[in-house]
Each structure stands twice: as C-alpha cells, then as structure tokens.
Design a protein. Structure first.
Length: 179
C-alpha cells in the first residue's frame, strides 16, 4: 500500500497538531452555542473523529454520505446523497466537516441543501484544500492545509475505496490510476 505513494505531503504528527489547533479555535468561536457537527462520509470519518475530541463545547453530531468520485480521480460532477441526516438542521448552528475541497461541487451542493432546510448558520471546516481545481467559487471558514494539484490519499481519503487507513496524506503514484 505504502509503495503506491509517490511523496508524503503531511505526516501523521503534522496532521494531528493541525487538527488540535482547529479544535481549539472552534471551541473558542462556538463557546456558548451547541453546534450540530456533520461528518461528510466517507472521506471525513477520521478527521471528524479526531476533531470532535479536540472540541470542548457541548455538541451533537450526525453523518451524511455523499459521493461523486466513485472509481475515478475526477469528479463526475453529480453529487449523490447516499445517506441523509437523521436529525433536523432547522434553527441549528451547523458545522460541516469535510476532508478535502477539490472542485467545490460537493460542498456547494451540501451548503445549498442545509440552507434550504433552514439551518441558522452553516460553517465549513475542511482539513485539506486544493484551490487550483476549484470550479465553483467557495472558501472554507476553517482550513488545515493547502495542497498542490495532485490526487492524494490517506487520512480518510481514498482512491477506489483504498488507502483510507494510511495515517498521513500522500500523493498517489499516477501509474496506480492510469493502469
Ligand atoms: O470538492 P469536490 O471536487 O466535490 O471533492 C471533495 C469531495 O470528494 C470526496 O468524496 P467522494 O465523492 O470521493 O466520496 P468519499 O468521501 O466516500 O470518498 C471528498 O471526500 C469530498 O467529499
Ligand atoms: O485528491 C483527492 N483524493 C481523494 N479523494 C478526493 N476527492 C476529491 N479530491 C480528492
Ligand atoms: Mg472518494
């Protein structure tokens, strides 16, 4: 598995320390509120687990599964809800937890859905950002790292469902997906 990685971009330690910082910042900014933290499955599951442990204000959480990449390294352009939320977002301070913003299509779709369902506020936290690939104009409210225009895997991110369990983020060798 590790042989398929061309280069490590951020180590496990660098990611852990960034996630802690983001948790501290969110704890300060959401002091006195009771946010509903939404994990965008599957990619964000590891970030979500680490992030909520670093947040000290009372919160609730829920999960939503969406997919647009499938077996490809390019977005299909169609965002599909595979699992919807269990709870209502009406009147809630919602925090969307995303692993990566690439084209921005997934997030712009989700923000639109949550606003139409009358969330009070929608805040976006993304651990990784690939600004060069954006097709919709969108910036996260909180972000961890900017990434170059390369297909990356690890820390929850996959290619064709593999590599999610690598604890760091790395560039996938093109020969893996060009075969
Ligand atoms: O900004 P975008 O171009 O929309 O890309 C970002 C989204 O793509 C990935 O999800 P994917 O569709 O691969 O589903 P997964 O999380 O189950 O891997 C990733 O986890 C983000 O949710
Ligand atoms: O670079 C990426 N890697 C894995 N999943 C992704 N989804 C959007 N961009 C990426
Ligand atoms: Mg994926």
């Amino acid at each position: 598995m590790q042989d398929d990685i061309k280069a490590v971009l951020y180590s496990e330690e660098q990611i852990q320390s960034k996630v802690k910082q983001l948790g501290e910042q969110l704890s300060e900014d959401f002091n006195g509120r009771n946010p509903l933290v939404i994990c965008v499955l599957k990619g964000a599951f590891i970030f979500m687990a680490d992030l909520v442990k670093a947040i000290t204000v009372p919160l609730e959480l829920d999960f939503m599964a969406v997919s647009s990449y499938g077996q490809s390294t390019k977005s299909s352009g169609v965002v599909k809800i595979i699992k919807d939320l269990d709870v209502s977002v009406e009147g809630r301070d919602v925090i969307i937890v995303e692993d990566i913003i690439d084209s921005g299509l997934t997030l712009s779709y989700l923000i639109d859905v949550l606003e139409r369902r009358n969330a009070k506020t929608v805040t976006v936290v993304a651990l990784f950002d690939k600004p060069a690939r954006r097709t919709v104009d969108l910036e996260p409210d909180y972000k961890g790292f900017s990434l170059p225009d390369e297909f990356v895997v690890g820390y929850g991110l996959d290619f064709a469902e593999k590599y999610r369990n690598i604890p760091y983020i790395g560039i996938l060798k093109p020969e893996v997906y060009e075969k």
